[in-house]
Design a protein around this ligand. Structure first.
Ligand code: XIL
Length: 411
């Protein structure tokens, strides 16, 4: 099936709907060996091995590879933690396998869910940090950093009920809101290198999303969050994070206008997180590069925060479940996905100067744990958006990332 670009408007509808879903877990894992210092030369070896990496013989090549040693910026992965399905903190098979993968390939984690608003602030007078602290302890023990996600996000399932029902006047709302940001950012100050301060503030047409925070505080809720976060944690890099901003267009321009306004008025912001829930053929590499470059030109960091690349694209003209979709992850599709991962990493290196590279994070480890299976595909069928397969074996995509990081041609 030939995929074609999908409409950002449709993606917006999709994303708005998934944001109301409950937590479904985001991680998975694989076993691989101890990290070894892979170099550019060992990476060219990975290229040739990748062609066979859809079969079981690939796991040995993964043991020679340590993704994060190929980059001088963080290489991250989103994980499920605490008692979520496929938690990396459990001592079951999936937990053990995932920790081996993390320790081999990644030097940064993002919590897929457990550091969102309702998890950390379940009642007005109650903060709950135990699960996040345990994840942070695990990361610290293994020399891994934790990118913190996220202080303010409209998504219904993670806005605490008490906040939705908060009845104070405008002054009380502002005080409550600042306290939320300052208490959480303050708790992790000195222990996390970066925060997604505000997540997904814009609609596809570039207008501000009509979130609870916008309704109660106006669009100033965004700058207020950045100022409060900076006050509570002067060291952490503060990111604005969003999806569908790597293709130019109205939403991208609105983000850029906000960033320019923040810079002009000295509102503290250090970077932009590009979620990069992209497709095999959308956006174009040229569009991705110019979007990254526009942020870097402003002296801000660029971080790829949630990369995944599904094979099926429900917005493409050809997709029509159950009549016409990719039901099998063929070697050809695996090779095309490897190239796509490589092209995106190469675009990042080309467009963003070294001192502005905030890092690259993949949204999950194992394909079957990807959030896209439920939110994008309604659990109708499998897909293969990530770097490791359902048996925790590395996919060609892993070697595509390695090739990109080491300036190899994307094949
Ligand atoms: C997703 C999680 O992966 C799911 O487990 C949860 O059900 C919904 O949220 N953009 C974001 C992430 O910023 O927080 C979202 O994570 C994926 C989209």
């Amino acid at each position: 099936m030939q995929l074609s670009p999908r409409s950002p408007l449709l993606l917006s509808t999709l994303l708005s709907s998934f944001l109301f879903l409950g937590a479904c877990g985001g991680g998975g894992g694989s076993s691989s060996g101890n990290p070894s210092s892979a170099s550019a030369s060992s990476s060219s070896q990975t290229s040739s091995e990748a062609s066979s990496s859809s079969d079981s013989s690939s796991s040995s090549s993964s043991e020679a590879l340590s993704l994060h040693t190929l980059a001088d910026f963080p290489i991250g992965v989103a994980v499920s933690a605490a008692n979520e399905p496929s938690s990396i903190m459990q001592d079951d098979e999936a937990g053990v396998a995932q920790r081996a993968i993390i320790e081999a390939h990644f030097d940064q984690l993002t919590a897929g869910n457990i550091m969102k608003m309702s998890y950390l602030h379940p009642a007005q007078d109650t903060y709950f940090f135990d699960d996040a602290d345990a994840l942070l302890d695990y990361a610290d023990d293994n020399g891994i950093s934790l990118h913190a996600h996220t202080l303010v996000w409209h998504s219904d399932y993670q806005v605490p009920d008490w906040m939705k029902n908060f009845e104070g006047d405008a002054t009380a709302w502002l005080a409550m809101y600042k306290e939320h940001v300052e208490t959480i950012a303050g708790h992790f100050a000195g222990r996390v290198p970066s925060w997604d301060v505000v997540n997904e503030a814009f609609n596809e047409d570039g207008t501000y999303r009509n979130s609870l925070f916008n309704q109660k505080l106006g669009t100033a809720y965004i700058e207020t969050a950045f100022a409060s976060a900076r006050q509570a944690d002067p060291q952490a890099d503060l990111y604005y994070n969003d999806f569908n901003i790597s293709n130019g267009g109205d939403k991208f321009q609105a983000m850029i206008n906000m960033v320019d306004d923040f810079i002009a008025r000295d509102i503290p912001i250090d970077g932009v997180g590009f979620q990069m829930h992209v497709f095999m053929d959308w956006p174009s590499i040229d569009a991705i590069k110019s979007s990254f470059a526009a942020v870097a030109e402003r002296g801000l960091k660029v971080k790829i925060t949630e990369l995944d690349i599904p094979i099926n694209n429900p917005y493409s003209a050809g997709y029509n479940y159950p009549d016409n979709y990719e039901a099998t992850f063929t070697d050809e599709l695996a090779a095309a996905q490897k190239k796509r991962y490589c092209d995106i990493v190469t675009a990042y290196l080309d467009a963003v100067p070294a001192d502005l590279r905030g890092g690259l994070t993949v949204w999950g480890i194992r394909d079957s744990d990807s959030w896209l299976i439920s939110t994008l595909f309604d659990n109708n069928h499998e897909d293969w958006p990530l770097l490791f397969d359902n048996n925790f074996d590395p996919k060609p995509a892993l070697y595509g990332v390695a090739d990109g990081l080491t300036n190899q041609p994307c094949l």
